[in-house]
Design a protein around this ligand. Structure first.
Ligand SMILES: Cc1ncc(COP(=O)(O)O)c(C=O)c1O
Length: 406
């Protein structure tokens, strides 16, 4: 693209396949109407695009039933809010983990004020969960938890949780499972039946390569989710209440037609390539990045090598603060990373980096070995020189105004 090395795919896939860009442009140029609202041809075509995208996502996630249970949401954050607030009631207990993004931690904290209790499973530097601790937390004192929330992959460590095993523990106790697949969808196989989850929140704009403003929530047949937003759905307009059936029940307001058209192209691209092929490339590149950073004097690699994980490697550098390192990587070398707490302060607590956070390198579908090598050379050059802080006089604790959004 612009000569930079983009290594912030965990925030969003800023580099997208041409087919995605073309699909957004084609939708805006040739369709442009509101999906599911009017009966005219443009609106009908818009509705077809949306349905094709639900079907493509159902294929990707191994959803055998009604693709209409794949609902579109404007962000993973909203998908998680819909699930948490739509399932949990006063008196319920939710079990979550120390690896959670603020998109889980904050809604759960707000629900505590409404009588929802939470149990947080401890994290470790290796990125695992103790199954005995999980079993005890799920069982409670004779009152099993209503919901287990798991991040499939950690946005800070890049490690992957054993979702199928933990979900089986939950199922034995009648506990529903909500999976946050923001960091795994498009990078790992995510198949709802193999994993045994009941609700799946996913980002459209990260591994699925769609535009920002796309995400979704799938709800298993038989699971009730109260709507978070109330409003127009296009059909069944007379009643005051929201329609009973999905997807309309959870999709008040005009859908993001151009975004969904782009997401459809992204998911089709992934289905065409095959997740396993995309994954094999990312695993090799992550190993190269992890080994190279581990061998760089002055760099402390915080993420485990975790070949079964996703393409995230988070580091701290001796003598150079996280924000300073990311700033110099960008300004001096055109290498784009993300510094800070990555909206997951508890994970940084586990890593002892809760103060200023750390620098996250994250790879994606378009990353090349040459780009990884350029990033490694850049880190080595910065770490070999006098400490950036001392040289530039920058305030290492202040951070940038954009430090911490994903
Ligand atoms: C694990 C995880 N969950 C949720 C989110 C929130 O996603 P979004 O920015 O699409 O709302 C992110 C974003 O980085 C994430 O990494």
């Amino acid at each position: 693209m612009d000569g930079t090395v983009y290594l912030d795919y965990a925030a969003t896939s800023a580099v997208r396949p041409e087919a995605v860009i073309e699909a957004v442009a084609a939708y805006l140029r040739d369709v442009g109407a509101t999906p599911g609202r009017a009966g005219h041809r443009r609106s009908v075509e818009a509705g077809r695009v949306v349905l094709r995208c639900r079907r493509a996502l159902a294929e990707l996630f191994g959803i055998a039933g009604d693709p209409g249970r794949v609902t579109f949401q404007p962000s993973t954050t909203q998908a998680l809010n819909v699930a948490l607030r739509g399932v949990l009631r006063p008196g319920d207990r939710v079990v979550r983990t120390a690896y959670d993004h603020n998109a889980i931690r904050r809604p759960v904290a707000a629900l505590r004020a409404h009588g929802v209790r939470e149990t947080v499973l401890s994290g470790s530097r290796a990125g695992g969960i103790d199954p005995d601790e999980a079993a005890r937390a799920l069982a409670g004192d004779g009152a099993p938890a209503r919901l287990l929330v798991l991040p499939h992959a950690s946005s800070v460590l890049g490690t992957v949780l054993p979702v199928a095993e933990l979900a089986a523990l939950a199922r034995e106790r009648g506990t529903l499972v909500l999976l946050d697949a923001a960091q795994s969808a498009g990078h790992l196989p995510v198949r709802v039946d193999e994993l045994g989850v009941d609700l799946l929140a996913f980002a459209g704009h990260k591994g699925l390569l769609g535009p920002q403003g796309t995400a979704g929530l799938w709800v298993r047949e038989g699971v009730e989710v109260e709507p978070l937003l109330l409003g127009g759905t296009g059909g069944d307009s007379s009643p005051e209440g929201m329609p009973a059936a999905l997807p309309d029940r959870l999709e008040a307001g005009t859908l993001n037609g151009p975004g969904i058209a782009g997401l459809l192209a992204g998911v089709r691209w992934l289905l065409g390539e095959g997740i396993e092929a995309v994954r094999a490339r990312e695993v090799d590149l992550k190993a190269r990045l992890h080994a190279g950073l581990s061998a760089t004097p002055g760099v402390r690699v915080l993420s485990p090598a975790a070949p079964e994980g996703v393409g995230i490697v988070t580091v701290a550098a001796e003598g150079t603060g996280a924000h300073e390192l990311a700033r110099r990587l960008d300004r001096e070398h055109g290498v784009l990373t993300r510094a800070g707490l990555h909206c997951a302060p508890e994970s940084h607590g586990v890593l002892d980096t809760r103060g200023e956070g750390a620098v996250r390198f994250s790879i994606g579908w378009a990353t090349t070995a040459a780009e990884v090598d350029r990033a490694l050379d850049a880190v080595a050059a910065i770490c070999a020189g006098p400490a950036g802080a001392a040289r530039s006089g920058h305030n290492l604790q202040g951070g940038s105004p954009m430090e911490d959004t994903a």
